[in-house]
Write a protein of this length. Structure first.
Length: 277
C-alpha cells in the first residue's frame, strides 16, 4: 500500500474505519480474542473479509494488572503471524501493537504498515524508528504502566491533560519530518482512567486536529456502566459507543467484533447520509 493516509481518516460516507484486534497472547482480557498461530491467520483473513481496514497484531497483554512479556517472546508470537498475513494478503493493512522499538522494527520488516504504541512512544528508540521509517503511527495515552495504571488515577482536567500530551508527541514527530496525516491519536480509554475520566474523553472528539482512534471494545467501563462483568456480555455497550463515535466524527475504532461494527456503521451511513464528508 503506497499511500496509507486515507486509511487513517474516516470513510467518505462518514463511517469510522475499523481495526480488528488480533491478540496472539494467552492472557488478553477478553478470552475469546486470544489466538495461536493457526487461528490467528484464519481470524485475521476473516476480519479483512467482513470489513476491517486494519488488523492490529499484539503479543503482550496490556490489560490492567498484566505482567510484562520480554521482547524475545513478544517477537516469537507476532512476527510469524505478520509474515503469514502479509503473504496471504499483500495489500492488507497491518499494525503492530507494541511498546518496544525492537519488536516494532521487526514487525515493520515483516510487513506491518503501522506502529500502535499504547505507551505513547515513551521508548526514545520508538520515536526514532517512526521517523526513520516514515511509517504510520498510533500514539496512545496511558497514565502509569499496565501493572499499576488503575490504582487511583488522578487528573485535574483529564481531557486537557490527555490531549496536550498526545498533541505534543504528535507535533514533535511532525517537526522531525513525519507527515501529520500518518498520525492518529488514541486517548487510552481504560488506561489509567476512571469511568468518569473515560466518559469525559468520549465526549471530547474535537480536542485535536490529528486523526482519532478509540479503543473501547468490551472494556471494563461496561462493567461499571452496565453491570456487565463478563466481557462476552459487553458487545451491546461497545456498539453503543461505536454509534456515538460515528456521530462524533471519530476516524478509527479498534474492535474485537468487526462484522457487527461494520453492519452497525453501514446501517447508520444509510440512515444518516448527512454524515457523508
Amino acid at each position: 500500500m503506497d499511500d496509507l493516509r486515507p486509511f487513517l481518516r474516516r470513510r467518505s460516507d462518514g463511517r469510522c474505519r475499523l481495526m480488528g484486534i488480533l491478540n496472539v497472547t494467552p492472557d488478553s482480557f477478553h478470552a475469546p480474542s486470544r489466538v495461536n498461530f493457526d487461528s490467528a491467520i484464519d481470524r485475521g483473513l476473516k476480519m479483512w473479509t467482513v470489513g476491517a481496514d486494519w488488523i492490529d497484531v499484539g503479543g503482550e497483554s496490556t490489560r490492567p494488572g498484566a505482567e510484562s512479556v520480554n521482547s524475545v517472546e513478544e517477537k516469537n508470537r507476532v512476527i510469524p503471524v505478520i509474515k503469514a498475513l502479509r503473504k496471504a494478503n499483500p495489500n492488507g493493512l497491518i499494525s503492530i501493537d507494541s511498546r518496544r522499538a525492537d519488536v516494532a522494527r521487526a514487525a515493520l520488516d515483516a510487513g506491518a504498515n503501522m506502529v500502535n504504541d499504547v505507551s505513547g512512544l515513551r521508548d526514545p528508540e520508538m520515536e526514532s524508528l517512526i521517523i526513520e521509517r516514515k511509517c504510520a503511527v498510533c500514539i496512545m495515552h496511558m497514565q502509569g504502566e499496565p501493572g499499576n495504571m488503575q490504582r487511583n488515577p488522578v487528573y485535574e482536567d483529564v481531557v486537557a491533560e490527555v490531549y496536550t500530551s498526545l498533541n505534543s508527541t504528535a507535533d514533535r514527530l511532525v517537526a522531525k519530518g513525519l507527515d501529520a496525516n500518518l498520525i492518529c491519536l488514541d486517548p487510552g480509554i481504560g488506561f489509567g482512567k476512571t469511568l468518569t475520566h473515560n466518559l469525559e474523553l468520549l465526549h471530547s472528539r474535537s480536542e485535536s486536529n490529528y486523526s482519532i482512534l478509540w479503543g473501547v471494545s468490551r472494556k471494563s467501563m461496561f462493567a461499571q456502566l452496565l453491570n456487565r462483568e463478563d466481557t462476552e456480555q459487553r458487545l451491546a455497550g461497545t456498539l453503543g459507543v461505536a454509534a456515538h463515535a460515528m456521530l462524533e466524527g471519530v476516524d478509527l475504532l479498534r474492535v474485537h467484533d468487526v462484522e457487527a461494527h461494520s453492519d452497525l456503521l453501514t446501517t447508520m451511513a444509510t440512515l444518516r447520509p448527512e454524515l457523508d464528508q
